[in-house]
Design a protein around this ligand. Structure first.
Ligand code: MLT
Ligand code: MN
Ligand code: ZN
Length: 301
């Protein structure tokens, strides 16, 4: 299977339109040490099959243009090599891009029933898209593997987190709000764990990570109080559903122990100091055998 990081940034991208943090300013100034990044999405495909989009960000148009393999084949009046998409949650950076793929070319959308119902209530992409194109929606059942485009996909619960735009919902009713995807290529035996929103290192996540050849993990924030310290947010990383990278109970010490050949941070917020290749934080990640994901990264599993 080929895995391609379409966008390695969290919501807002890098630079974010209204952000003046050190990283966003550095990208605007053309720094060689902080690369621009688009919003969170990954594409995977089995040999000879179409691509599956894992989340569809508002930058999907730019991401397809940057990867012509996702566009129409030569001599096609209209066409796409996108075979379908899978959503890990309902967050806007992972779902709003669906509206930008409304111009025909049938492909299916997969999500948990909860994500589907939240979207239908608060951001009704399904009925809107149905007026433009064929987008059959399939409910993903947790821990029930299914085949799609030559790959075996298993969704499992990572956490429960309610997106801001959904409003009040009891957390005990939020089953299926945040999932991880364990994707295996039956031909090569290679497997990927994709978990861009991780609030805690739950047992199902640890079990999937121990088996994967490539782990793409939530790298949103370096510290729990990152946004508060910068004076641009009032909630901690954990309150936002993101386990920080650093600290004894952060994700990095755990990621460093995994057997996976590729361990890569994705969904990285523009404020995260590890985005600067000259920073001590970047150095600490690399020293632990972990990669700070970049748009266009490709892994063959
Ligand atoms: C998140 O990952 O925490 C959300 O995407 C935040 C947001 O952009 O609304
Ligand atoms: Mn996000
Ligand atoms: Zn910024």
């Amino acid at each position: 299977m080929r895995v391609r990081i379409l966008g390695s940034a969290a919501g807002g991208g890098l630079p974010q339109w209204n952000c003046g943090c050190a990283n966003c300013a550095a990208v605007r100034a053309g720094s060689a040490y902080v690369l621009p990044r688009t919003q969170s999405s990954v594409a995977v495909r089995a040999k000879g099959q179409g691509w599956l989009l894992l989340n569809v960000s508002p930058d999907i148009r730019q991401q397809i243009l940057a990867c012509p393999e996702l566009g129409p084949a030569a001599n096609e009046a209209r066409g796409t090599r996108i075979a379908g998409c899978v959503l890990t949650d309902a967050e806007l950076d992972h779902t709003a891009g669906l509206l930008l793929l409304r111009e025909g070319c049938e492909f299916g959308i997969n999500s948990t029933p909860l994500v589907r119902s939240w979207l239908n209530r608060c951001l009704p992409v399904e009925p809107i898209l149905n007026q433009f194109a064929v987008r059959p929606w399939t409910n993903l059942e947790l821990n029930v593997p299914r085949e799609s485009a030559g790959l075996r996909i298993r969704a499992f619960e990572v956490d429960r987190h309610i997106p801001k735009f959904v409003g009040d919902c009891p957390i005990e009713n939020a089953v299926g709000s945040v999932i991880g995807l364990h994707i295996t290529d039956p031909r090569t035996g290679g497997s990927l764990l994709y978990a861009p929103c991780v609030g805690s290192l739950s047992e199902p996540l640890r079990a999937a990570a121990a088996q994967a050849d490539c782990v793409l993990l939530d790298g949103t924030f370096w510290t729990d109080d990152e946004l508060m310290r910068l004076g641009i947010g009032t909630r901690t990383a954990r309150q936002m559903g993101h386990l920080p990278v650093s600290g004894a109970d952060g994700s990095l010490p755990w990621l460093a122990t995994l057997p996976a050949a590729q361990r890569v941070y994705v969904h990285i917020n523009n404020t995260n100091p590890m985005l600067n290749r000259q920073s001590v934080e970047y150095g600490a990640v690399v020293e632990n055998g972990v990669r700070v994901g970049v748009d266009g990264d490709v892994f063959d599993l």
